[in-house]
Design a protein around this ligand. Structure first.
Ligand SMILES: *Cc1c(COP(=O)(O)O)cnc(C)c1O
Length: 455
């Protein structure tokens, strides 16, 4: 391709992306009817034997891919806890894709290494986490939990004279892992990947909001890790961090926070009170691709003891010091070669500033509150105390609730997912996108209540 062709292709991509985003306003949230079948027909053929023109490749993706997407980038998507992607972060990702930097080390991309250090410094600053903590930009909260808990495992056992890095876990002192009953499913997978076992945990019962009941924390001796949650995926509630941390200090346990979306509450003066005690933990996992509204895949691991992270993730065995002249990401993350996700995190924080992040959190929380109030007013049962951006509702018995959820999803007017809360089938409304306007909230309330009325 010559320069003109490249320019034409990239401008074409930018125009198609802009058209796609503009179209979301009027579009069904679920994939358009028949679009998946058309995609399968046209894009899923046999491996091409010969080349295609790049502009044709892009046109195929747009013509058949775009209509088949879930409109989660728009304002009426309330599934899971996802967040959208602010335009500045999408644009930054384009540019960074053109840079094509390999971000494993300083020499391979000094520019991105510098941007990454700044992005991490800003993340700590906006959340009020210790400036001396070290961090890793990873794919998502699952890997952020993995990264933090690897540091926790190695550091905790090291206190008891065992070097996991060199000797693995065979013959190591038993390590106790304490979790709340409502710990996120990915924590169990991470424990399995770390050789700690899904079933070797002590599980602490939770209260009506899904939070750990601190009076039921077990007594533990020897190496121990406790995981607490900032933001339950259903209720949005926060574990009682200060009580758990006090307990953990007595038994010398490492405190890890799974704060995939909820930790962003620390950025908002209006909501920080609930989350402020989490700052006293030893490690924190969160997602930028949730409430910070950057593109997937973008998780963040922060570890108070920088050396503990370095020892767990160093590529040459435990002995490459952190804090040398240049920060090499490969010594702080599970990955080596990796993309420049720092660029999007940096762009989000540069464009929002401290006040913008707070405003985003506050706005989504207000919108969730309004959804909950309108549901209650219409006689729909709200099952959680709405403390953040999450609303859990039922429309009667399990069978009827399922029917209403299917009808809402089918309507295309908004999208909310199904969940199980306190052994009941329920619908979860998660408000976490920059793109959600007050009009989107109105339209979605109307769609939900109509589906309920006609079920
Ligand atoms: C979303 C979420 C995860 C998993 O995050 P991924 O980014 O999907 O890996 C873990 N814990 C909590 C509390 C979450 O909300």
């Amino acid at each position: 391709m010559n320069n003109d062709d490249t320019r034409e292709l990239l401008v074409d991509a930018a125009n198609r992306a802009a058209n796609y985003l503009e179209g979301l306003r009027l579009r069904d949230v679920r994939p358009l009817r028949g679009s998946i079948e058309r995609l399968m027909e046209v894009l899923n053929g046999p491996l091409p034997a010969t080349p295609s023109r790049p502009t044709d490749v892009l046109a195929l993706l747009d013509d058949y891919g775009s209509p088949a997407t879930v409109a989660s980038a728009g304002g009426r998507y309330f599934g899971f806890v996802t967040g959208g992607a602010m335009p500045v972060t999408v644009a930054a990702q384009y540019l960074a894709a053109a840079w094509d930097q390999n971000c494993f080390s300083f020499v391979s991309s000094p520019a991105v290494a510098c941007i990454e250090s700044t992005a991490l410094r800003w993340v700590k600053a906006v959340l009020g986490l210790p400036a001396t903590a070290e961090g890793a930009l990873v794919t998502g909260a699952t890997m952020a939990n993995f990264t933090c808990l690897a540091a926790a495992r190695n550091s905790t056992l090291r206190e008891y004279g065992w070097d996991v890095d060199r000797h693995g876990l065979f013959g190591a002192p038993a390590l106790t892992v304490v979790l709340g009953e409502e710990a996120h499913a990915t924590i169990y997978k991470v424990l399995s990947m770390l050789g700690l076992g899904r079933d070797r945990i002590l599980c602490v019962p939770s209260d009506g909001q899904g939070c750990i009941r601190p009076e039921l924390l077990p007594s533990v001796a020897g190496p121990a890790i406790v995981c607490i949650q900032a933001g339950n995926v259903n209720s949005g509630a926060f574990d009682p961090a200060s009580a758990v941390i006090e307990w953990a200090r007595r038994c010398k346990a490492w405190v890890h926070v799974d704060g995939a979306f909820g930790l962003w509450a620390l950025a908002s003066p209006a909501h920080a009170a609930r989350a402020s005690a989490f700052v006293g933990a030893d490690s924190w996992a969160m997602d930028a691709h949730k409430w910070l509204n950057v593109p997937y895949d973008s998780g963040i691991a922060i570890v108070r003891d920088a050396q503990a992270l370095g020892r767990a993730m160093s590529i040459s065995g435990a002995y490459l010091p952190v804090g040398g002249e240049h920060r090499d990401a490969m010594n702080l993350t599970p990955d080596s070669s990796r993309r420049a996700r720092a660029v999007e995190v940096w762009s989000a924080l540069k464009s929002l500033g401290r006040s913008g992040v707070a405003e985003l959190v506050n706005r989504n929380c207000r919108q969730a509150r309004r959804m909950a109030d309108e549901m209650t007013r219409a006689g729909v049962e709200v099952l959680n105390e709405v403390v953040l951006n999450q609303v859990v509702v039922t429309f009667g018995d399990d069978e009827r609730t399922q029917r209403v959820i299917a009808s809402i999803q089918n309507s295309g007017r908004c999208w909310c997912g199904i969940t199980t809360w306190k052994r009941r089938i329920a619908m979860r409304i998660s408000v976490s996108s920059w793109a959600t306007t007050e009009e989107d909230v109105d339209l979605s309330i109307r769609a939900i209540l109509e589906a309920n009325r006609f079920a």
